[in-house]
Design a binder for this molecule. Structure first.
Ligand code: NAD
Ligand code: TYD
Length: 329
């Protein structure tokens, strides 16, 4: 099957492209190559890469020529950047998703839209979000993801579009842009730089390996029902627990841990129930503590050129804006 993979030069998309090739499919990548998109993420992978914007219907039609299905990874994905400015988030995450749905509607192709557990908002201790729970997004990022995500069952119901949604937990693994917690803290620890923990560090996230996330998305592509939503869960850990494990694995000095001013609107805890996906036959293959995190830390330490390359240029300006005053305070 020929599959259009939008955002395939990003983190999870680049894992998914490899998975599709291994299962004998033919991916075609459409990617705008924003700061987070990196052709080096597809090094050694035989795939056609088309540079273009999912919010541009002509770009989607042209890249999607001959594709029977599409998986939409393309998005602006970082909460902190959405707090600095949300316009690109609305353009890609809402309008871009609507363009993908129109393409699926006019071509009859199947579409899987990749969404996030952050659309549910945070939960106090106890309880897990299910697919039919109300959405209470807290950040501009999660609000734009929720808007795009809600368009999918609406297009399925109104126009009969064959589209499903996945809502994945916090994902980690090789080739993640070092603005997110794990790659930022691992690369900073390797460079002897501070690890900026927001607030008290007792926030809880569910951690899902990128390969397990990709397996779930492929399963939903083949077995998911139109208009249906599937949570993809991970393992619950507090941020401070993850931070201390990174210190152990990198051998970095614990004095690098620096508590800084909290993120505005910071969600305290995410927790999802993924029984619906497990009923389709999915189960994660990576345990966070045993292999998942150690292998991920090893990847960043063995790929310093990749890290140095993405931590240059605009990244430095972003880092300065996001952390400089916080770290001085
Ligand atoms: P990423 O930021 O690493 O990659 C996003 C990719 O999309 C980049 O290659 C970028 O160039 C591309 N892109 C951005 N805007 C585009 C546009 N307008 N047109 C075409 N391409 C565009 O993101 P990721 O972490 O791989 O996330 C992929 C998807 O998974 C996103 O939809 C995200 O919301 C979702 N998700 C991510 C996580 C996570 O923890 N990383 C968890 C759950 C869901
Ligand atoms: P992040 O990787 O940005 O994912 P998300 O906000 O989408 O869950 O952050 C994961 C957790 O780590 C979240 O609680 C915020 C926290 N965090 C820090 O404490 N310091 C940081 O520098 C970053 C980037 C995140």
């Amino acid at each position: 099957m020929r599959v259009l993979v939008t955002g395939g030069a990003g983190f999870i998309g680049s894992h998914f492209v490899r998975r599709l090739l291994a299962s004998g499919h033919e991916p075609v990548v459409l990617d705008k190559l924003t700061y987070a998109g990196n052709p080096a993420n597809l090094d050694g992978v035989e795939v056609k890469l088309v540079v273009g914007d999912i919010a541009d219907p002509d770009a989607v039609a042209s890249a999607g020529e001959g594709c029977e299905s599409a998986v939409n990874f393309a998005a602006e994905t970082h909460v902190d950047r959405s707090i600095l400015g949300a316009r690109e988030f609305a353009m890609t995450n809402v309008i871009g998703t609507q363009v993908m749905l129109e393409w699926a509607r006019t071509t009859g192709a199947r579409l899987v839209h990749v969404s996030t557990d952050e659309v549910y908002g945070d939960l106090e201790a106890g309880g897990r979000s299910r697919e039919d729970d109300p959405l209470r997004p807290s950040s501009p990022y999660s609000a734009t993801k929720a808007a795009g995500d809600l368009l999918v069952p609406a297009y399925a119901r109104t126009y009969g579009v064959n589209a499903s949604v996945t809502r994945g937990a916090n994902t980690y693994g090789a080739r993640q842009f070092p603005e997110k917690l794990i790659p930022l803290f691992v690369t900073n620890a390797l460079d002897g730089l501070p690890l900026p923990v927001y607030g008290d560090g007792h926030q809880v996230r569910e951690w899902l390996h990128a390969e397990d996330h990709s397996a779930a998305i492929e399963l939903v592509l083949h077995e998911g029902a139109p208009g249906e939503i599937y949570n993809v869960g991970g393992e619950d850990h507090e941020n401070l627990e993850v931070t201390h494990r990174i210190l152990e694995l990198t051998g970095a000095d614990p004095s690098l841990v620096t508590h800084v001013e909290d993120r505005a609107g910071h969600d305290r805890r995410y927790a999802i129930d993924d029984a619906k996906l497990r009923a389709l036959g999915w189960a994660p293959a990576h345990s966070f503590g045993e292999r998942g995190l150690p292998d991920t830390v090893a990847w960043y330490s063995e790929n310093r050129a990749w890290c140095d390359n993405v931590k240059s240029g605009d990244y430095r300006a972003y880092y300065e804006e996001q952390y400089s005053a916080r770290l001085k305070a």
